[in-house]
Design a protein around this ligand. Structure first.
Ligand SMILES: Cc1cc2nc3c(=O)[nH]c(=O)nc-3n(C[C@H](O)[C@H](O)[C@H](O)COP(=O)(O)O)c2cc1C
Length: 176
């Protein structure tokens, strides 16, 4: 959304992944100290140091963040089996110029009825970004092989005429 700083907290590779995937899992801390984890399909890069996602229906996440700003967001490419994890602090935007800027961003990003549906925006100041890589790579396989394996797995799952839908995933595959 914004400009890139010279030494961004969010590296270019992480920025590209978030732009492509958009789906992130957001971990917050509940009042009783237990974890809360929920998916957000609107995770986007705001600028070099910030992510943003739209609160469309996330009362638990938002309440947790308003009490305790600590947050972790994971974004993973399910086919390449790689991703990024972001640790930081969140601010809930309910008004003001940054909310307006964010609403325009989500309208341009074609989030249907963005201004009507967005209750607030969650702006995450990323303090640490670290890559995630599946142990599938520790078997010596490269990106091309992993991509082929998991792309065909998803194709088997979603192709309408697939006969093997329920048996497509071996227990071994499911664990990775
Ligand atoms: C794939 C997927 C994407 C989602 N994206 C969002 C989102 O971008 N924003 C949002 O507020 N809720 C989104 N949701 C819905 C919330 O995750 C869901 O309402 C959840 O129960 C909210 O829990 P929480 O209040 O603990 O955050 C999504 C759900 C799924 C399954």
């Amino acid at each position: 959304m914004g400009d890139l700083a010279e030494t961004p907290t969010i590296p270019l590779a992480a920025r590209q992944l978030v732009d492509q995937q958009r789906l992130g899992f957001v971990a917050t801390i509940c009042k009783d100290g237990s974890p809360n984890l929920s998916p957000k399909g609107t995770v986007s890069v705001w600028d070099s140091d910030h992510l943003v996602f739209a609160d469309l229906d996330s009362p638990g996440t938002v309440a947790n963040l308003e009490r305790d700003a600590r947050v972790e967001v994971n974004v993973v490419d399910p086919v390449l089996r790689k991703g990024w994890r972001f640790k930081g602090r969140a601010e809930v935007l309910r008004g003001g110029p940054r909310l307006e800027q964010g609403l325009r961003f989500f309208e341009r990003a074609k989030l249907r009825d963005a201004p009507k549906r967005i209750r607030s925006l969650v702006l995450v100041r990323v303090e640490k970004a670290a890559p995630l890589i599946s142990p599938a790579y520790s078997t010596g396989r490269g990106e091309a092989e992993i991509r082929t394996e998991f792309w065909s797995r998803y194709k088997r799952l979603y192709e309408p005429r697939s006969q093997t839908r329920t048996s497509a995933v071996s227990p071994q595959e499911g664990a990775r």
